[in-house]
Write a protein that binds this ligand. Sequence first.
Ligand code: FES
Length: 256
Amino acid sequence: MSATSCNVRVLRQKALAPDIRRLTVALPQEGPMPHAGQFYMLRAWAASESPLLSRPISVHDVDEQERTLTFLYQIKGEGTQKLAHLAWGQTLTLTGPCGNGFDAAAAAKAGKVAVVGGGIGTAPLLLLCKELSAAGCRPDLMVGFRDKVYGLEAFEPYCAKIDIATDTGAVGHHGLVTDLLDPAAYGLVLTCGPGVMMRGVAKLCQAAGTPCLASLENKMACGLGACLGCTCHTKVGPKTVCKDGPVFPAEEVFEL
Ligand code: FES
């Protein structure tokens, strides 16, 4: 699938938590329609300005009728700080959609599906739940946060149920999101979040004999499979997270 670059207009930006922003832009006129698990490289500063690299941000939502594209991201460094200053009417450059995301149509055939996310790793899961639901499979969503919970109302129409865990016990189960998951009850588990969480999910799935797909994150430069900067080691050899992934069979990418 080819990625294209274009300038798009900011339609709105909202703070969901002190360091979390939801940014909605006009859906690019050109290029393929983005799907769950794919991402764009975002840039809102000149080529001569720092940071050197564009920021890879996963697609949170797409509204084909309204022609909008939404990103949910965490302010972590200079690039995302610059993105957080974007206001209505300003433009930014998108390159994408990049990567191989989740195949929701195939996943929906697995029977009962669990979607497990942690923190900002929940960002790509909204479009995933939406695509699963459109394919006739409303998944069970299990999400873990440190303390504050954000963005979950948007998931409600697309999920059979939503279970929450927090490290502090502020909301839902006091503990790990993996405590909520019984993979034996599912035909497939899809996950995105911190590596340690996804590895825990993958371990449970392996023990239960349930297939698991994980969406990885890595530092990226080109986002297009050209620089090999995001290469990860898998059981079937080196793969680029940006082009071969970011979604991989969990047993290929985690030591279990
Ligand atoms: Fe360049 Fe993945 S970021 S190959």
